[in-house]
Design a protein around this ligand. Structure first.
Ligand SMILES: [Mn+2]
Length: 327
């Protein structure tokens, strides 16, 4: 990783204008990594902008630099853009920028910083460290390798990534290094209390009511030992909450001591169905199933998007698992 860190650093020093990209519907790791990097570019006076194809979840607005992430497509018309850095995204489609890249009049240099095992290494430089708990952990090591000082803002941002992807140090991504880096970041001035408020203490009454509805629908598919539930667009409308709350529900399902795998189906506005797998079982690799369904992720947390309606999608997934076995 040391060599690739140096190569990326050289490229950044030479760049004219850098465009920073989180994956669509960004989580704390994508946003934390991007904003830590943005703070670094800001300090070295490197021209840059940040673009997200979807809106950024409201609760992250308190994290510095999040407000400057634009979803204005005209950003791509800046002729100075010569380097694009993508954070926490296994492929360009998931990042939501494949079409933009294809349409550019000249080629740009793509840097891919990630930790997903299913990453397609789509960049000219790929810093994909699958043993990292988070993209933020990968980035922490990048800063170290290049003797870049991590200030308190960068530390706070990186904490957002570690906290999100370890689900507050409770899931399988929690490791010696993730805990050591967390303690370093706090000693560098990282604001752990702020991150806790942004990521954990952010639920409204309506969000919890919706959780209640989704949890009350839990069912177990005995034959494949899978626990599942679903969330519809109508649910979101009824309670007036955004679809980003489903991440919290998926992670909460990890507390379940029943079944090999849990799966949350979520209806998307375009009649597609998004599925999110979670497992805590050592012998189960949900990223392999997600990959077969055209998605990706990690061994213990992965997702996919397929055609609806819900019943049809569920049947497709259950059949696939039946024929494949989970482990
Ligand atoms: Mn991540």
């Amino acid at each position: 990783m040391y060599r690739i860190s140096k190569q990326i650093h050289n490229k950044i020093i030479d760049a004219k204008h850098i465009l920073l990209i989180p994956h669509q519907n960004p989580d704390g790791d994508a946003l934390g990594s991007l904003t830590a990097f943005k703070q670094y570019l800001h300090k070295i006076d490197k021209p840059h902008t940040a673009f997200c194809v979807t809106d950024v979840p409201q609760n992250f607005r308190d994290l510095h630099h999040v407000d400057s992430i634009s979803s204005d497509q005209s950003i791509w018309q800046n002729p100075n853009i010569d380097v694009v850095i993508v954070f926490d995204s296994g492929d360009l489609h998931y990042a939501g920028i494949d079409k933009y890249i294809a349409k550019l009049p000249k080629q740009v240099y793509i840097i891919n910083i990630d930790h997903h095992a299913t990453n397609e290494n789509y960049g000219h430089l790929n810093m994909v460290i699958t043993s990292s708990s988070s993209t933020a952990e990968t980035l922490y090591n990048f800063f170290k390798h290049n003797d870049i000082e991590i200030d308190n803002k960068m530390a706070t941002s990186l904490l957002a990534g570690l906290v999100t992807d370890t689900d507050f140090y409770t899931n399988g991504a929690t490791s010696l290094s993730s805990l050591q880096i967390t303690s370093k970041l706090i000693s560098l001035g990282g604001d752990f209390a702020l991150i806790k408020d942004i990521i954990f203490k952010n639920k409204t009454i309506n969000v919890l009511k919706l959780w209640g509805i989704v949890l009350s629908r839990l069912k177990k598919h005995q034959e494949i030992d899978l626990v599942y539930t679903y969330l519809t667009q109508e649910d979101l409308d009824t309670y007036g909450v955004s679809e980003s709350i489903s991440d919290g529900i998926s992670n909460f399902l990890n507390n379940l001591n029943d079944g090999e795998v849990c799966l949350l189906f979520k209806e998307l506005p375009d009649n597609k169905i998004k599925g999110s797998f979670r497992t805590t079982k050592d012998n189960v690799d949900v990223s392999a199933i997600a990959k077969e369904l055209g998605g990706g992720g990690h061994k213990k947390a992965a997702g996919f998007t397929i055609d609806g309606p819900l019943k049809e999608a569920a049947r497709t997934v259950f059949e696939l698992i039946k024929n494949k076995n989970l482990n």
